[in-house]
Write a protein that binds this ligand. Structure first.
Ligand code: NAD
Ligand code: ZN
Length: 380
């Protein structure tokens, strides 16, 4: 058994002291895991738009000082009281939303919106005792979405950890702990395109390309990528996107452009932008009679969805999804297996890599809209 069990661990963490200011690598104390908690050593983490959004803290409550990070992979160091499913040495993916396996949502086959462990971006403490497990000289440092992976060690509720195949390379599968699974699941689990169908993907960031990857796996014959940034198109070709539409190149609304390209509309659309106009277009561009649109992007807090009710009466369906409808503990291990079986390709999502000491570079890349995923290596 490791000598750190039951002890406070001192390690490096990237602390966000203030909104929008570069993170500072600090020595933090990480308390041992309490009831139903697990302490893990993070090996790789990546940066997702949600981290940047809450770090910028432009449109939401801010909790600082905080340790961000939620897309990651690690190894269990020790477990707290009541944890029986995980043991030191297990390989895990932390997830920003959880699965308690006991609530009505967890028992429902349809839902992944666990009542106990559903994402909460305002909470900066652990559920068990409403305390933080991070501190610097006794001063609390707050958690982010229950994961805080920008730290060499972190403490996570057992319900937010997926135990995965120990042979899976953690520097690749870490990106399955958020964005890629979200897009992939939105297509495979919610939009469910059939073989030979047409799919429009709005927003060609990592989430949208995860959705495109799902369309490719489902055997869609046409995958239409829609983005305002034409530089996204070159990369998207690697993901099987067959046609591109930049709404800025047309005078008419993009839904009309797509309807003309597809003889009345696409069979499925998946929106991965967070932009309300793109959400409306994504709904209105699906074919009447059978088209299904799925919203994934997180909208501005004041956004309102406006469309004519006839669009529904004409048998178009609008859905929304959270984390691609995957239940983190039950379903994520099988997504890792899809990668291990070479069905799912992950390498093409990874465009950059930096050591932990240069974590701020990952923020700069995302702010410039460059690349898809930047892996942050915790060691060496
Ligand atoms: P990203 O910023 O890398 O990509 C978004 C893309 O959308 C960009 O290429 C941008 O140019 C494009 N875009 C913006 N407005 C557009 C418009 N009106 N029309 C067409 N394209 C437009 O972001 P990402 O990391 O891929 O995340 C995408 C969205 O998914 C974000 O809103 C994120 O918060 C959300 N998200 C949701 C969940 C969930 O569970 N529902 C999980 C993770 C991320
Ligand atoms: Zn639950």
């Amino acid at each position: 058994m490791s000598s750190t069990v039951g002890q406070v661990i001192k390690c490096k963490a990237a602390v966000a002291w203030e909104a929008g200011k570069p993170l500072v690598i600090e020595e933090v104390e990480v308390a041992p895991p309490q009831k139903m908690e697990v302490r893990l050593k993070i090996l790789f983490t990546s940066l997702c738009h949600t981290d940047v959004y809450f770090w910028e803290a432009k449109a939401q409550n801010s909790v600082f000082p905080r340790i961000f990070g939620h897309e990651a992979a690690g190894i269990v160091e020790s477990v707290g009281e009541g944890v029986t499913e995980l043991a030191p040495g297990d390989h895990v993916l932390p997830v920003f939303t959880g699965e308690c396996k006991e609530c009505a949502h967890c028992k429902s086959e349809e839902s992944n919106m666990c009542s106990l462990l559903r994402i909460n971006t305002d909470r900066g403490v652990m559920i068990h005792d409403e305390q933080t497990r991070f501190s610097i000289n006794g001063k609390p440092i707050y958690h982010f979405v229950g994961t805080s992976t920008f730290s060499e060690y972190t403490v996570v509720h057992v319900g937010c950890l997926a135990k995965i195949n120990p042979l899976a390379p953690l520097d690749k599968v870490c990106i399955l702990s958020c964005g890629i699974s979200t897009g992939l699941g939105a297509t495979l689990n919610v939009a469910k395109p059939t073989k030979g169908s047409s799919v429009a993907v709005f927003g060609l960031g990592a989430v949208g390309l995860g959705a495109a990857e799902g369309a490719r796996l489902a055997g869609a014959s046409r995958i239409i990528g829609v983005d305002l940034n034409s530089s996204r198109f070159a990369e998207a070709k690697k993901f099987g996107v067959t046609e591109f539409v930049n709404p800025k190149d047309y005078k008419k609304p993009v839904q009309e452009v797509i309807a003309e390209m597809t003889d009345g509309g696409v069979d499925r659309s998946v929106e991965c932008t967070g932009n309300i106009n793109a959400m409306i277009s994504a709904f209105e561009c699906v074919h009447d009679g059978w088209g299904v649109a799925v919203l994934v992007g997180v909208p501005h807090k004041d956004a309102e969805f406006k469309t004519h009710p006839m669009n529904f009466l004409n048998e178009r369906t609008l859905k929304g999804t959270f984390f691609g409808n995957y239940k983190p503990r039950s379903d994520l291990p099988s997504v890792v297996e899809m990668y291990m079986n070479k069905e799912l390709e992950l390498e093409k999502f990874i465009t950059h890599e930096v050591p932990f000491s240069e974590i701020n570079k990952a923020f700069e890349l995302m702010l410039k809209g460059e690349g898809l995923r930047c892996i942050i290596r915790m060691e060496g």
